[in-house]
Design a protein. Structure first.
Length: 225
């Protein structure tokens, strides 16, 4: 994954109020930390940061140039989003060096098609791996081609690029293949729905009720007589 160059400004306002003002200015509040250095609070241009994440994913490597002259490489460690506005609220950035090994969560994509009449359950969308900080893959792949119901794809089955090592448990289940439910099974799970009566049926029921009431009145009248 190629690094993305991005500019930043030192951030002197903190707390919720300061963060809101930073976001209103079109920037994302962020903090740089790692390598035993004191955390550095910065503000990133929101549009450029969002474009880089959309293209490179959550493990996009950034070459950050701060206006005070600081130049660093960093990987997103934690990204807070606003689910309603689909914007970035805050970013934690981990300082890295070229050639340094880092452990990150990388998305797993399933390739191929399982056997007919099966369903795929994606148990884990990401997998923990260790890689060079400048060569973190944007995704990993695992094949489900031809797998029958009852099969599983584990972390050990995931294809790893050269230089990337598995950090997760090799037996961790990534995906499971199950039998697709039959039409009868699906129908059995559906709640029973009462069919609403038509206007004609409702009118007939009303007439029967009225006739029954008239009959009862006639019987009572004869009894009194």
């Amino acid at each position: 994954m190629s690094e993305v160059k991005i500019s930043a400004e030192p951030r002197t306002e903190f707390g919720k109020g300061g963060a809101r003002r930073t976001r209103r200015a079109g920037k994302v509040p962020a903090v740089l930390y790692g390598h035993g250095e004191k955390p550095k609070h910065i503000a990133l241009p929101a549009r450029e940061f969002a474009a880089a994440i959309r293209k490179g994913g959550a493990n996009q490597l950034f070459a950050i140039e701060v206006s005070d002259g600081t130049q660093v490489l960093a990987l997103p460690k934690a990204i807070q989003r606003d689910p309603i506005r689909d914007s970035f609220e805050h970013v934690d950035l981990l300082l890295v060096r070229r050639g340094e090994k880092v452990t990150v969560e990388v998305p797993v994509q399933l390739t191929g098609e399982a056997a007919r009449d099966t369903l795929i359950v994606h148990d884990h969308d990401t997998l923990s791996v260790t890689a060079d900080a400048t060569k973190v893959p944007d995704h990993l792949e695992a094949s489900i081609e031809g797998l029958e119901a009852g099969s599983q794809v584990t972390a050990a089955d995931v294809e790893l690029p050269a230089g990337v090592e598995l950090a997760a448990d090799a037996e961790q289940t990534v995906a499971s293949v199950t039998a697709a439910p039959t039409a009868e099974q699906l129908e059995a799970t559906l709640p029973e729905v009462e069919t609403p009566a038509t206007e004609a049926e409702e009118a007939a029921e009303g007439a029967e009720t009225a006739e029954g009431a008239e009959g009862e009145e006639s019987t009572e009248a004869k009894t009194e007589a």
